[in-house]
Ligand binder design. Structure first.
Ligand code: C2O
Ligand code: CU
Length: 436
């Protein structure tokens, strides 16, 4: 990476318009777009987007309200849209071959569902996602609490990286096996796209909704110029807020922060790398908010998630295997595997009776980190002593470590379970579970 590659411009790639009220049909058209990823004086990048922009429009509804999304596929490849982290009806989950048919080029599909949980979510293509997400087919989705916390600005911070050529085009080579056998497709240019692009005042209270939309890169992130708390992870409120230090976001993970602006000039989002800190984005600060009285950071109301029944929990193991420098690479049966199996099978990893609690040991027997994502549910990360930690939909498992999760499988249907390093998913690190 060259330092120049991380130059950040104040100009956003695209301003995401805020869309509509519940149950008003929303058109979501996947189509080719041009985006100003690089600084303004450099060329625009041919990409894919929704409704003319990448990231796509901000979709926003009140908790419990219905979304009615008319997806139109106007790219030259099949596609489908997944609503990441939303616990919705299986038929609306957007996984071609598992929950719906592929939406062919020129085709349409209506997604209609109720958003059960308040929080920060996102949507993205789920066909050849390692290519289509890399090319820009994603956007933010916010579900508002019935009485949202009192903040002055509610900002979406989408963190992404892109692999760009000298002339600002996407580099292609999405199926590169060398990438897939290592960390996945890492970009040579990264930014935090912060919307809306509005200056804030010192003393303002912000809600920052960080979303790692990169296909494969894990982003450690430092925030400077604010003081506050992490209040939610992957859309689910924390019972005890955490300090917003040492943040690490695996692909697809979200972090909600409520914080007060202490900076006088700018709040910065920085990516600490081995070569030193790179500024991903910044929020301009001008003036002082003298009206806001100091107050504690509020807790968010919990979402209604079924309680774990640990006494009758099933115990399962999902072992991650493969990748560069592993014996699997010598075989011809897929770069990555779960429990020896690479790619989808006719039978699920497990078939759960609806309401069953299971604890699953996620054993990372590889030299790379993996961000494991379960569709249609949130699960609890268990600490080393078995005590419950945060609710998540995607968990980062470092090389050579084991993480145990526990989940109430209460959403009927066929749900994907895969690595959200999308290049790993492409190369076999995926399976599914059934809930009947
Ligand atoms: Cu973000 Cu299979 O999904
Ligand atoms: Cu992985």
């Amino acid at each position: 990476m060259h330092r120049r590659d991380f130059l950040i411009t104040a100009a956003a790639a695209a301003l995401a318009p805020r869309l509509g009220a519940a149950a008003t049909p929303i058109q979501l058209v996947a189509q080719p777009v041009r985006a100003q990823i690089l600084p303004m004086d450099e060329p625009a990048t041919p990409m894919l987007g929704f409704n003319g922009t990448t990231p796509g429009p901000l979709l926003r509804v009140m908790q419990g309200a219905e979304l009615d999304l008319r997806f139109a596929n106007r790219i030259d490849d099949g596609s489908a849209v997944h609503w990441h982290g939303l616990r919705i009806d299986n038929a609306m989950d957007g996984v071609p071959g598992l929950t719906q048919d592929m939406v062919a080029p020129g085709g349409d599909f209506t997604y209609r569902f109720r958003a059960p949980d308040a929080g920060t979510f996102w949507y993205h293509s789920h066909n050849r996602s390692w290519e289509q997400v890399a090319r820009g087919l994603y956007g933010p989705l916010i579900v508002d609490e019935p009485s949202p916390p009192d903040v002055d600005h509610d900002l979406v911070v989408m963190i992404d990286d892109w692999r760009l050529t000298e002339d600002g085009a996407l580099a292609g080579g999405y199926d590169n096996m060398h990438d897939q056998a290592h960390q996945g497709r890492l970009g040579n240019f990264a930014r935090a796209l912060i919307t809306p692009e509005t200056p804030v005042q010192q003393g303002d209270r912000l809600r920052l909704r960080l979303i790692n939309v990169a296909t494969d890169r894990v982003f450690p992130v430092d925030l400077d110029g604010i003081v506050g708390q992490v209040v939610a992870l992957d859309g689910m409120p924390l019972a005890t807020p955490q300090a917003p230090t040492g943040l690490v976001l695996a692909p697809a993970q979200r972090v909600d922060i409520i914080a007060d602006v202490t900076a006088t000039d700018r709040v910065t989002v920085t990516f600490p790398t081995r070569d030193g800190p790179y500024e991903l984005g910044a929020i301009a600060v001008s003036g002082t908010n003298t009206a806001r009285q100091p107050s504690d950071i509020p807790l968010l109301p919990p979402n209604d998630i079924a309680t774990l029944d640990m006494d009758s929990a099933l115990s399962l193991t999902l072992r991650m295997e493969g990748g560069a420098m592993s014996p699997r690479m010598m075989s011809q049966s897929g770069i990555w595997a779960f429990n020896g199996q690479s790619g989808m099978t006719d039978t699920p990893f497990h078939s759960f009776e609806r309401g069953q609690t299971a604890r699953i040991r996620l054993v990372n027997d590889t030299r790379f980190a993996h961000g494991i994502h379960l569709h249609g549910h949130h699960f609890v990360e268990l600490d080393a002593d078995g005590s419950p930690g945060a609710l998540r939909d995607t968990t980062l498992v470092d090389p050579g470590t084991t993480r145990e999760i526990a989940c109430v499988f209460d959403n009927p249907g066929k749900w994907l379970l895969h690595c959200h390093m999308l290049g790993h998913q492409a190369a076999g690190m995926k399976t599914w579970v059934a809930v009947t």
